[in-house]
Write a protein that binds this ligand. Structure first.
Ligand code: SAM
Length: 490
């Protein structure tokens, strides 16, 4: 476990050296930063030139994975090198010192900041993989997506399930009074303990699978990007990405089990993958996972065919160009074939323990650009579905208002008097859009909060010379969708 005294002194040293995101980017330049994002250290090394001051040494050691001279290491980490070697953070001898694990500054738009400890970046400068099976992944695009989609209202308790390097807990600690961080991998718990101590937060850490370490406990929020990669059981498995269950069984178990660990009104947010078996029934399959008494919003952001999917994850495991590549590829295809997997959906799941007798479950493909951070859009949806669940009479009796961020787009032939399509599009959140006909456009245009919806529909029916009751029946389902999407509000 973490050596508290060494970690506290390391934190002071990193602070003094200004080993922060902004200063590092200033030092290696935007090009150096972008190149590191492509797993190439050359641009950053070029920017550092021959510099060996403490900040340059820390960057070389941890971001570029370069061995540094013992005197340079002593200068950058005064009185700490032996302790860090003993703690397994560094390795070295009398001449050189190198990193065993990655220590990097972290900062996000919500003000979260600290240092994240994980295994060294795999495949840096095209070093051949694959990584060790208990490899602890650092901050990945998936980590950032989950952090961005998490709802950040102040809460009493949060569970970071599969905490890995601990980055989600750093965010959760800012808005949740209590945070529990769990992982199946003891090495992840060990490295996360360093992340937490260095970053000045103190989540409770537990070891174990899924909800086992929190038996009998409930939370206001559960967040997870679990090991969702679906691969054959006989290949080398990496604990950070492959669960022990068949196909998407692990994501299903997390969703089904959530209700037993959520307080009333609590939510689960997952970034995950799901198997597409029969493409025309994929929403029913996922809807079946949603526990009773829970609302859900599932947005499939991307869908890959089996070939695309397998190629991505074989490359992620460092197997490109490896002699086993083609054999593994075929075995993976056979596994998918046996299970009837015709594609893989990737996206975001929100399960909300609303206690509703008629839960609102929406599962859809939404590959369009959204406003980042998107967490507030999930929070707004959770609130908005209460409007969508009102009775017809209540919906008609309410003075609704078109949300302020909606603009009208028209598409048509140049010079034509009337457009062929009119679309109302929200500029914020999920950036929802709806195509309107004359009646719906007229009704929505008049929704400024002054009149109840029923009166507006009657007036529009009069103008269009159509039956008001039939117009109500025609418009209400679409109005409900607009309420759930937050395009129409109070
Ligand atoms: C993709 S990583 C996510 C890490 C971190 N939450 C993030 O946002 O970067 C998935 C994590 O789940 C852990 N894990 C794997 N199987 C698990 C299980 N059955 N129960 C709990 N955690 C598990 C892995 O060890 C790994 O740390």
């Amino acid at each position: 476990m973490v050596h508290i005294e060494i970690a506290d002194r390391l934190r002071e040293t990193l602070t003094e050296a200004d080993y922060t995101v902004d200063t590092v980017v200033e030092r290696i330049g935007d090009e150096g930063q972008r190149a590191l994002g492509r797993n190439s250290t050359i641009a950053a090394d070029w920017a550092l030139g021959r510099d060996m001051d403490p900040l340059a040494t820390l960057i070389r050691l941890w971001l570029l994975q370069q061995p540094v001279s013992r005197p340079a290491a002593e200068q950058a980490l005064p009185g700490l090198v032996d302790g860090l070697v003993a703690a397994g953070i560094l390795t070295g001898d009398v001449r050189t010192v190198s990193a065993v694990v990655d220590v990097r500054p972290y900062a996000a738009d919500d003000g979260t900041a600290g240092w994240v400890v994980s295994d060294l970046v795999n495949g840096l400068d095209a070093q051949p993989g694959p990584p060790r099976p208990d490899y602890v992944l650092g901050i990945s695009p998936a980590s950032t997506s989950l952090a961005q989609l998490t709802m950040r209202d102040p809460i009493a308790s949060a569970l970071d399930l599969g905490a890995g390097c601990g980055v989600q807990s750093l965010h959760l600690a800012r808005h949740s009074r209590r945070v529990v961080a769990t992982d199946l991998n003891p090495r992840a718990n060990e490295l996360a303990a360093w992340t937490f101590r260095l970053s000045g937060v103190a989540p409770e850490q537990r070891l174990g699978s899924l909800y086992e370490p929190v038996a009998g406990e409930r939370f206001d929020l559960i967040v997870t990007n679990p090991p969702y990669v679906m691969s054959p059981p006989d290949g080398t498995r990496l604990v950070y990405r492959e669960g022990s269950m068949e196909a998407d069984g692990l994501v299903e178990a997390i969703v089904r089990g959530s209700v037993g660990h959520l307080n009333p009104g609590g939510s689960l947010q997952v970034l995950g993958n799901w198997a597409i078996l029969e493409p025309e029934r994929w929403t029913e399959r996922l809807a079946d996972w949603i526990p009773p008494g829970c609302d859900a919003l599932v947005l499939e952001r991307e869908r890959l065919d089996p070939f695309e999917y397998i190629e991505i994850w074989l490359a992620d495991a460092g197997l490109l160009g490896h002699p086993e590549h083609s054999g593994r590829y075929r075995a993976w295809l056979e596994y998918f074939d046996d299970l009837g997997i015709t594609g893989v959906g990737m996206g975001w799941l929100l399960v909300h323990r609303s206690g509703s007798a008629r839960p609102d479950i929406r599962i859809e493909q939404w590959p369009h650009a959204v406003e980042q951070t998107v967490g507030p859009a999930f929070a707004a949806h959770r609130a908005a579905i209460a409007y969508a669940g009102r009775t017809d009479a209540e919906v008609l009796a309410t003075n609704w208002r078109l949300a302020d961020d909606i603009v009208q787009e028209t598409i048509g032939d140049p010079g034509a008097q009337d457009p062929r399509h009119i679309v109302l599009r929200s500029q914020r959140g999920f950036r929802r859009a709806v195509e309107v006909d004359t009646a719906l456009g007229g009704v929505l245009g008049a929704c400024d909060g002054d009149l109840p919806l029923g009166a507006i529909i009657s007036a529009v029916a009069g103008l269009l010379e159509v039956d008001a009751e039939r117009l109500v029946a025609d418009l209400l389902p679409r109005i409900r969708q607009l309420l759930a999407d937050g395009m129409l509000t109070r």
